[in-house]
Design a protein around this ligand. Structure first.
Ligand SMILES: [Zn+2]
Ligand SMILES: [Zn+2]
Length: 378
């Protein structure tokens, strides 16, 4: 699930306005699928991605229910809505899925032997990333109709041999996209490759063989997973045409923001404000960690931006399991308001300061002087 928010707007992908009619959606997709078909763009490695992106946008905008969810809630609204994962599908699969809009068999020359993959999103916390988590995921998918076991025929009714393909399930015809693909063998449009036609359609699915089903699966989120990565659940996608094999479900992980901790590889970074007196004199401070808090000793003379390392308080590596560290970066805060007494004390302090003996300052001013003299500036 490249499910995450870096996804492009579907209307932008197809070059449409939000008011586009179903006919315009279809036309725009057909044009793009044609333009970006990888067979015609062998020098453009990006074309396959664009082709799949267009298919994904079309699937949502061509379906009134999905389009409404998308218009209202954006990409997040489609989580669990039975949206296909085109990024893991082959170009052939996409062609056969939308074959009807390309005219005839649509250039999809093979019957799909495996069901389509689906995608959904799952939100986890940083603590879940550290420990791993079990999540139950709800989604809907087009599934085999219970009444007819996916055949589309009413129980006890007869199925006749398809006349269009003479029971072979395939026909030869001029390719889709206006003959672009030449003459090709395609799935029979009358029987959809089933070789038989239904005399009395199943009333539950109106002869489709498929109905929308709500499904709940349990997904194990491995410790160390990164935002935007997907967990594949095998066999939880849609059934194939013959109902014999299923695609997979890809659960794209979105890691929610932590109020104090930011992940950098397997380390966690905490930006910790401290006062200039704590930095000057040293202090013991409490810092937030994933599981609660830890004590950190800040030595006197600590500088703004300095990093301290708390070993093994990060997150585990997805592969090796080795745990990262927590890095605490101190941010020295200069008081915006001082009381009269504090001002008096600071003025007294300032009088004791001799800029020429502060080692950091000396080094800096020496360098400035060398620079000025070296450049002949007076
Ligand atoms: Zn049925
Ligand atoms: Zn047929």
């Amino acid at each position: 699930m490249s499910v995450t928010s870096d996804k492009r707007d579907f209307y932008d992908v197809l070059g449409l306005t939000r008011e586009a009619s179903p006919g315009e959606v279809k036309k725009a997709y057909r044009r793009r699928a044609h333009k970006y078909h990888p067979d015609r763009n062998q020098n453009d490695p990006d074309s396959e991605r664009k082709f799949k992106e267009a298919a994904e946008a079309y699937e949502v905008l061509a379906d009134p229910a999905k389009r409404q969810r998308y218009d209202q809630f954006g990409h997040a609204g489609l989580s669990g809505a039975g949206v296909h994962d085109f990024h893991s599908s082959s170009v052939e699969d996409i062609f056969s899925m939308f074959g009807d809009i390309f005219g005839g068999g649509g250039g999809g020359s093979r019957r799909r032997s495996r069901g389509a993959d689906l995608q959904t999103q799952v939100e986890v916390s940083l603590l879940d990333v550290a420990n791993g988590a079990d999540r139950s995921i709800e989604f809907s998918r087009r599934d085999l109709c219970d009444d007819c076991s996916g055949t589309g025929a009413a129980r006890g009714s007869e199925q006749k041999k398809c006349q269009t393909c003479a029971g072979y399930g395939q026909v030869e015809q001029s390719g889709g996209l206006g003959g672009l693909f030449g003459r090709v063998i395609t799935t029979c449009p009358t029987c959809n490759g089933r070789c038989t036609v239904i005399t009395t359609p199943c009333p539950a699915c109106r002869g489709d063989g498929r109905t929308a089903k709500h499904r709940v699966v349990s997904v194990q989120i491995p410790a160390g997973i990164h935002d935007g990565q997907a967990v594949r659940v095998r066999g939880e996608g849609e059934p194939s045409e013959d109902g014999m094999s299923r695609g997979d479900l890809h659960c794209y992980v979105h890691v929610s923001k932590h109020p104090f901790l930011e992940r950098h590889n397997n380390d966690l970074l905490c930006r910790m404000p401290i006062s200039f007196t704590q930095a000057s004199l040293g202090a013991n401070v409490e810092v937030p960690t994933l599981s609660g808090k830890a004590e950190l000793k800040i030595p006197g003379g600590t500088q703004h931006g300095q990093l301290f390392r708390l070993r093994s308080l990060g997150v585990p590596d997805l592969r090796s399991g080795r745990t990262g560290d927590e890095l605490v970066q101190v941010m020295i805060e200069i008081p915006k308001k001082l009381s009269k007494d504090q001002k008096t004390l600071l003025r007294e302090f300032a009088e004791t300061e001799d800029k020429s003996v502060m080692p950091e300052s000396k080094g800096f001013f020496d360098k400035v002087m060398e620079y000025i003299q070296g450049n002949g500036v007076e």
